[in-house]
Design a protein around this ligand. Sequence first.
Ligand code: NOJ
Length: 533
Amino acid sequence: MTDRLWWEKAVVYQIYPRSFQDTNGDGIGDLAGIERRLDHFVDLGIDAIWISPIYPSPMVDFGYDVSDYTGVHPMFGTLEDFDRLIAAAHARGLKLLLDFVPNHSSDQHPWFLESRSSRDNPKRDWYIWRDAASDGGPPNNWISDFGGSAWQWDGTTGQYYYHAMLVEQPDLNWRDPGLKAAMLDAMRFWYDRGVDGFRVDILWHMIKAAGFPDNPLNPAWTPGMADMHRVLQLHSTDQPEIHGLAAEMRALADSYGDRLLVGEIYLPLDRLMAYYGSPASPGVQLPFNFQLIDAPWDARGLHDLVAAYEAALPAGGWPNWVLGNHDRPRAAARLGQAQARVAAMLLLTLRGTPTIYYGDEIGIGTVDIPPDRVADPRELREPGLGFGRDPVRTPMAWDGSAHAGFTTGDPWLPLHADWRSRNVAAERQDSASSLSLHRDLLRLRRAHPALAVGDMTMIDTEGQILAYERHHEGERAIVLLNLGSIEATVGLPKDFVCVGALSTIDPSPLPRVGSHFITLKADEGLLLLDKFS
Ligand code: NOJ
């Protein structure tokens, strides 16, 4: 495995910093809290942490509205706290990725305050300003991802500005050389402080069609769907020039050595793959692959999805997989606890770099947010449609003490109802817990190159069984996942000699593994190894 790049072998863990660990009693997590919990990652077997935005921000979109790209929000701590955190992470062999938000800033960023101050301000073109349409309305029909027109009238200078997200998040104009240089400098600032890379927020939005033509109407839109889906984002996203920008960001990362860029991109497979770039002009190393989040939980469908993703990868493109993040429903809420364990086995044994979302390792599921605690701007703007993101951003549970050890104050969002038993300390004592399953899977992944970096062959099966083999230099592993709720018998390759097994539900599955067949229990995932450690 020594010839592999660190991020090919790595397991990444996403931290939502507001909810990870509070140390000053304000009910919101902070950098000192992350530092305090670094040994959690070591225990679990994580290689890299990605921290959602920690920059100064009015927090209208909880940090994705940045008002200073080279600072730390006082709520999270100071630059000195950050330096201490990264030193402590590196001392433990952990890599640290920050979240970079290049598409838009906060409307309180000094750049925007200057830009909106007059039409001839030097920073006017750092943002996207357009005249009104002939009827005085917005320049085109583009719709914000949070609903409503994506254009906001600004009376001072008599033009509209564009905001793909909230009104408080004006889009930056990456076609302006000054803006581009300033943003690349911000990345340099963090590379110089030692960060090992960035997750790049909504990378596919960064460049819009130059003429700002109307987007086509979406014939499939019906009431109940989010307002943004009234149009197809044909001209507002995924423009050809984005690949040149991604290549520039990559060249900067490469100039520092082996730094990693992970791109947030929600696009169909063929268009997603373009973000790897080409050998002559590489893009981001890992364009996030979100397919498992949306896919129906069906073995045949997932078999085809994995095969299609593998087949679509460009030569040299390394795969990656994700089950959840701070924007999408949690795996255990979507699938239930038993299948969330099967999903964890899938995530951590597929070929490619997995990203685990904080709290999924302890199996946080559905969390009810009382109406008076709703904080997410998406839910506040389009209430009741089920897009609210608060339920996936609730505090991490560490132990059975008050507020699960997250804070000594009042947590900014409520905890999951079962936190007294579903917390790190309790699950550490229980070999059948979700935490123990994650730890066991990660230990095996580390010990077996077949799992970490090996090739993958899909195995044909029937019904609700998803199966594949991983192999590397003579070592083999077989993964059998029962996505259904009835037991099923699976044939094993004739020449496979199983000496070790890990089940998502059975503490000692080995006696059941016959020489040619095994019966999987309902909702069971099984990892079979021809070597064990
Ligand atoms: C994507 C982020 O993941 C999401 O949380 C945020 O609201 C939007 N980008 C806007 O930055």
